[in-house]
Design a protein. Structure first.
Length: 474
């Protein structure tokens, strides 16, 4: 070992899981508070060196902090172990042997195989993992107790879990529940909690922070004292679960059976005003049947009828919850396969109407009347469309009239300004008169000016005099 070799100090501690000396940590600047949890997104600065002192990487030199999700294998194992022990504001040196670093192959050309790495790491921040599809921060998850295995519950899985909900540090809901994932709102569990369960492993305990949109939204939960637009926190432990079979795990006949059960469930939830749950059950009907091609005869006829019902019912649910584009697209799917569906024309017309596309809405309601001439709702909707179209055209006409008036006023103003520019001296009455030795120019367009100019003559007189004085020139 060379004299300049970087070595752990006397205060270095072995933090490797097996206490094999694979990761040693030496605190440079201590701190207090919480440490990050697995899955948290951490923010650090670091400088990486080999034990001979040669530097191979530095976020500080780049002037850019480094972010990663802790415990997800996004960095070398020694980092996941070391950073998990740090606190915000702490700065430590990690000595990481190759088994916890880049192994026998290294990371050429800067890191040779079998190298021990020395990292100067400072932890600046950590936040829970955003598990929403849109990454809008609506559901943030932090793992308190790691789960077992790799499987997580899927939509429709039967789950048993303990939940404790709090709002502004006050617990409002604490119970053990058993339900089918996707139907939690029927027992007052918000959709954000169900989303969290889909990301949890068996016997895992996690904290879920839900924004209002993933909690109880604008309605709140008055019986429990939850105000509208409240942020919530849930501590959840997944005790057990039984997976629901996915579409690819079922044969054609089983898919048809499951689709009928799901349709009945959707109808039950719809009748109880639980439109989002009903929608999710109808969407599963579509998922099971949309691409199935193995059925024949009466079963194929039944598949088509169930698929159409699933789409139309899901479209109705989406109209109820304000997803008008989703409703329109589902009705269009029905009409691509069956143009004789009056319900599809009518519900797509309602979607267009809600989207302020009254011309297309009117056309769809008119097509509804072609199929059902006594449909009073369609007749009323056509009248409403005509009223909206008339109001829009009137407003448009007024808008354009006002716009043309503004253009005319602008043109008049411009003409007046042009006239002023044609005679730039017309507003000059007199300057102080004095004698001048400047001689008249022979060019009427370039009257020379020098010293004091006698300006109590008008410009036309000056031009006439120039012409007279220049009349003898060739």
């Amino acid at each position: 070992m060379g004299e300049d070799e970087i070595k752990p100090g006397a205060t270095a501690v072995d933090i490797s899981p097996n206490k094999d000396g694979g990761v040693l940590k030496e605190i440079i600047c201590p701190s207090t508070g919480e440490s990050p949890l697995p899955g948290d997104r951490v923010t650090v600065h670091y400088v990486g060196k080999l034990t001979d002192g040669s530097q191979f990487d530095s976020s500080r030199d780049r002037g850019e902090m480094f972010n990663f999700n802790l415990g997800k294998g996004e960095v070398i194992k020694g980092w996941d172990i070391g950073v998990a022990t740090m606190k915000i504001g702490e700065r430590s040196t990690l000595f990481i042997k190759s088994d916890y670093g880049y192994g026998p192959t290294g990371s050429p050309p800067r890191i040779p195989g079998g190298a021990t790495l020395v990292f100067d790491v400072e932890l600046f921040a950590f936040v829970g993992e955003d598990i929403t599809k849109e990454k809008d921060g609506g559901v943030v998850k932090r793992v308190f107790v790691a789960g077992q295995g790799y499987e997580t519950p899927n939509d429709g899985a039967s789950v048993v879990c303990d939940v404790k909900g709090s709002c502004n540090s006050t617990v409002f809901d604490e119970r053990s529940v058993e339900f089918e994932l996707g139907e939690g709102r029927a027992i007052n569990l918000p959709k954000g909690l169900e989303l969290g369960l889909e990301k949890m492993k068996l016997e895992e305990t996690a904290e879920l922070t839900l924004s209002s949109d993933y909690g109880f939204g604008e309605n709140g939960w008055s019986d429990k004292g939850i105000e509208p637009h409240s942020q919530l926190k849930y501590e959840v432990t997944l005790k057990s679960f039984e997976q629901s079979k996915e579409s690819w795990q079922l044969d054609a006949g089983e898919k048809l059976t499951q689709a009928k059960l799901l349709k009945d469930k959707g109808t039950k939830f719809f009748k109880n005003g639980m439109y989002e749950i009903a929608d999710s059950r109808y969407i599963k009907v579509i998922d099971f049947l949309e691409h199935e091609i193995a059925l024949q005869g009466d079963e194929e006829v039944e598949r088509k009828e169930l698929l159409k019902a699933g789409r139309l019912n899901a479209a109705l649910c989406k109209l109820k919850v304000g997803d008008f584009i989703g409703a329109k697209d589902l009705c269009t799917k029905v009409l691509e396969e069956n143009t004789e569906s009056a319900k599809a024309w009518f519900r797509r017309g309602e979607s267009y109407y809600a989207l302020n596309d009254w011309e297309n809405a009117k056309a769809d309601f008119a097509q509804t009347l072609v199929l059902e001439s006594d449909n009073k709702a369609a007749k009323n909707k056509i009248a409403l469309c005509e009223q909206e179209i008339k109001k829009y055209k009137k407003k448009e006409k007024k808008t354009f009239a006002n716009m043309f008036d503004r253009f005319a006023a602008m043109d008049s103003k411009k003409e007046a300004e042009d006239l002023l520019r044609e005679d730039p001296l017309k507003d000059i009455s007199e300057w102080e008169s004095s004698q001048t030795s400047v001689q008249p120019s022979t060019d009427v367009n370039s009257i020379a000016v020098g010293g004091d100019v006698s300006m109590n003559m008008d410009i036309d007189q000056a031009i006439r005099e120039d012409k007279v004085n220049g009349s003898d020139q060739d």
